[in-house]
Write a protein that binds this ligand. Structure first.
Ligand code: SAH
Length: 234
C-alpha cells in the first residue's frame, strides 16, 4: 500500500464495543493487514474527580444527564491531530455515500460517541465537531453509529474490497438504487431468473439493469429520482 492507512480513533465510554463487527470479514481482515487502524479512548480516563464523573445534570433542569465538556475536551485534545472530528448525533447531517467517500480519501477520523442525553454544546462548538446522523431514529449511544460510519468507510479503502468494480455500480454511487440480483438455480419455487440475464447479450443486460435501477428508484425514492433527473437533464 502506497499511502498510510486510514486511522480511526473512537472516544467512548464503552471501548469494549470495538472492534465488534469491524473485527470480522473484510473490515477485520483489512484491520489485521494494516489497511486501517482503530484506537479507542476511554473518556472516563480523562475525569479528574474522585468519582470519575463524566456526566452531570442538565442546566435548566429536565431528565437525563449530559456529558461534561471539560472531561471530553481533555479526551479530544489528547488525540486531535487535524483529522476530521465527528460527533455522532441524531441532530447531525445525515450520512451520505458522498461524505463516506470523502472520509475514505482522507487520513482518518476522530469519532465521539455520545451517551445519555448527549454532550455539552460548548464542546461541539469549541472543538468544531461535525455532527453526523445515521438516520431519523434515536439510538442509546453513538457507538453503533460510529461502527456504521467506519464500516461504510473501510470497505472503500484501497485493497479492501476484492472486486473493486462492485463498489462502483452499487446503490447511491450512481445516484440510483441498484438493480435486482439473481443467481442459480435458474428456477426456484416456480420463479425464473429473467430471460435477458441468461441471454448472454451484454448490451441487453446493461439496458435491463439500467431500466430496473431507474424503476426501483422512481418507485421507492422520489427524492433520489428527482435529484437524478436534475443531474442528467443538463
Ligand atoms: N437527547 C438526544 C438523543 C441522545 S441519544 C436527542 O434527542 O437528540 C444518545 C447518543 O446516541 C447521542 O448523543 C448520539 O451520540 C447517539 N445517537 C443516537 N441516535 C443517533 C443517530 N440517529 N445518529 C447518530 N448518533 C446517534
Amino acid at each position: 500500500m502506497s499511502r498510510e492507512g486510514f486511522r480511526a480513533t473512537v472516544l467512548t465510554l464503552y471501548p469494549e464495543m470495538f472492534p465488534g463487527p469491524l473485527g470480522i470479514s473484510l473490515a477485520g481482515k483489512a484491520l489485521n493487514e494494516g489497511a486501517w487502524s482503530l484506537e479507542t479512548v476511554q473518556i472516563r480516563d480523562f475525569a479528574t474527580d474522585k468519582h470519575r464523573m463524566v456526566d452531570d445534570t442538565p442546566a435548566g433542569g429536565g431528565a437525563g444527564m449530559v456529558m461534561k465538556p471539560d472531561v471530553l475536551g481533555r479526551a479530544v485534545d489528547h488525540v486531535a491531530d487535524g483529522r476530521p472530528k465527528l460527533f455522532m448525533s441524531p441532530r447531525g447531517k445525515p450520512l451520505t455515500q458522498e461524505r463516506v467517500r470523502q472520509l475514505a480519501d482522507g487520513p482518518g477520523a476522530i469519532i465521539l460517541c455520545g451517551r445519555f442525553e448527549g454532550v455539552d454544546e460548548r464542546l461541539i462548538e469549541a472543538r468544531q465537531f461535525e455532527e453526523v446522523s445515521i438516520g431519523d431514529y434515536i439510538l442509546s449511544g453513538g457507538e453503533t453509529a460510529a461502527i456504521v460510519v467506519l464500516d461504510a468507510v473501510v470497505r472503500l479503502l484501497p485493497g479492501v474490497m476484492g472486486n473493486a468494480l462492485s463498489g462502483e455500480t452499487e446503490s447511491f454511487e450512481t445516484g440510483l438504487l441498484e438493480h435486482p440480483h439473481y443467481t442459480k438455480p435458474q428456477e426456484w419455487e416456480g420463479r425464473r431468473i429473467p430471460d435477458v440475464l441468461l441471454s448472454g447479450n451484454h448490451g441487453a443486460i446493461e439496458k435491463w439493469r439500467r431500466a430496473e435501477a431507474e424503476r426501483l428508484t422512481r418507485e421507492r425514492r422520489q427524492d433520489l429520482w428527482d435529484a437524478h433527473g436534475k443531474r442528467t437533464k443538463r
